[in-house]
Design a protein around this ligand. Structure first.
Ligand code: 6XA
Ligand code: ZN
Length: 343
């Protein structure tokens, strides 16, 4: 299948993150995309450059204030004499006002971010914008008749909510792909998130909608990031009640336990009878991932791809997490090849 890739991802590089209480260099680094690009190319999936769909699809899903902040954040940072990377130092948490958007850059950081693990650098907006265009392009390829397409999105997107960024994510690539398919006449779309972490941003964006089903299989938020979303009782609101499903699993989950839950999640998708499917594809479920605690092995990734293919749906893959950098490329390629062989 075609793999949509932009070298602009590399402009998002550098910085430290607050990770489980410790300040460490970011796990989310440009070499991830290089390994994936090389492995998917070696597996025969041809690279294609993104088209430019502009800001309109982004502003249709994300708060205009968030988008404007992401666009201008580093300039504001430089204007107060700073450089390097930006992290928030205070949040609009419980007891704090939510209704006042701070005028200064440090306040805005805490207003729009939901963690201190997602540094913004000078090239972050260019990379996030290009990543979003990769997802939109993959969705366009599928809307135009391809059975499947893969968007090599970096930075990832599934934690990015309507009006908040975090978890290495700025713009929600999977949600943009799903909405694009809706706009092209697919009446219903399902998003299945198989990243180790709950896709809280995608859930947030579609939480009150019945036309886009969101399903996520992930490490339990009782112990795993993002900690405050991803519980099984989050099922939607208003018209969206019943159209969000979460499958949290404990640390240490291995393939034998995982595959039954994946099958259940796939059945939820099949029962929805969507016209198209978006897979938020993280491979941080891998046993050697440095920030995750599932026990999937390389041999299981083709099985995931084949199981997804058996749904028989037009499918867009968006790249999410995976930090065992040397292995993420082969694991991603294995999902795509498993999909092609399983269909
Ligand atoms: C906290 C870990 C953020 C999780 C990023 C991820 N520094 N999400 O892989 O899918
Ligand atoms: Zn993840």
């Amino acid at each position: 299948m075609k793999a949509v890739y932009s070298p602009l991802h590399a402009r998002h590089d550098g910085g430290m993150e607050l990770h489980r209480g410790e300040l460490v260099p970011c796990f989310e680094m440009p070499s991830r995309a290089d390994y994936i690009r090389d492995a998917v190319t070696a597996a025969g999936h041809g690279l294609t450059a993104p088209r430019d769909f502009g800001l309109a699809p982004i502003l249709a899903l994300h708060d205009a204030g968030l988008v404007e902040f992401l666009r201008s954040a580093f300039d504001q940072w430089k204007a107060v004499g700073k450089d390097g990377f930006m992290l928030p130092s205070g949040f609009a948490a419980r007891s704090m006002r939510q209704d006042v958007i701070p005028p200064g850059v440090n306040g805005k950081l805490g207003y729009y971010a939901f963690d201190a693990g997602t540094p913004i650098v000078e090239g972050t907006w260019d990379a996030a914008y290009a990543s979003a265009q990769c997802a939109l392009t993959a969705a366009a390829l599928v809307a135009e008749g391809e059975r499947a397409a893969y968007a090599l999105c970096r930075p990832p997107g599934h934690h990015a909510a309507k009006a908040a960024y975090g978890g290495y994510c700025f713009l929600n690539n999977a949600a943009l792909a799903a909405q694009y398919l809706r706009d092209q006449g697919r009446a219903t779309v399902a998003v299945l998130d198989v990243d180790y972490h709950h896709g809280n941003g995608t859930q947030d964006i579609f939480y009150d909608r019945a036309d886009v089903l969101t399903v996520s299989v992930h490490g339990t938020p009782e112990t795993e990031y993002p900690f405050f979303r991803g519980f099984a009782d989050e099922t939607g609101t208003g018209a969206g009640v019943g159209f969000n499903r979460n499958f949290p699993l404990p640390r240490g989950t291995d393939w034998d336990s995982y595959r039954g839950v994946l099958d259940t999640a796939l059945r939820v998708v099949a029962d929805f009878k969507p016209d198209a499917l978006v897979i938020a594809l993280g491979v941080d479920t891998y046993e050697n991932d440095p920030i995750s605690a599932f026990k999937l092995k390389a041999e299981h990734y083709p099985l995931i791809g084949a199981a997804i293919a058996r749904l028989g749906l037009p499918t867009v893959f968006t790249q999410e997490g995976g930090y065992a950098v040397a292995e993420i490329g082969t694991n991603v390629a294995a999902v795509l090849t498993g999909f092609e062989q399983g269909q």
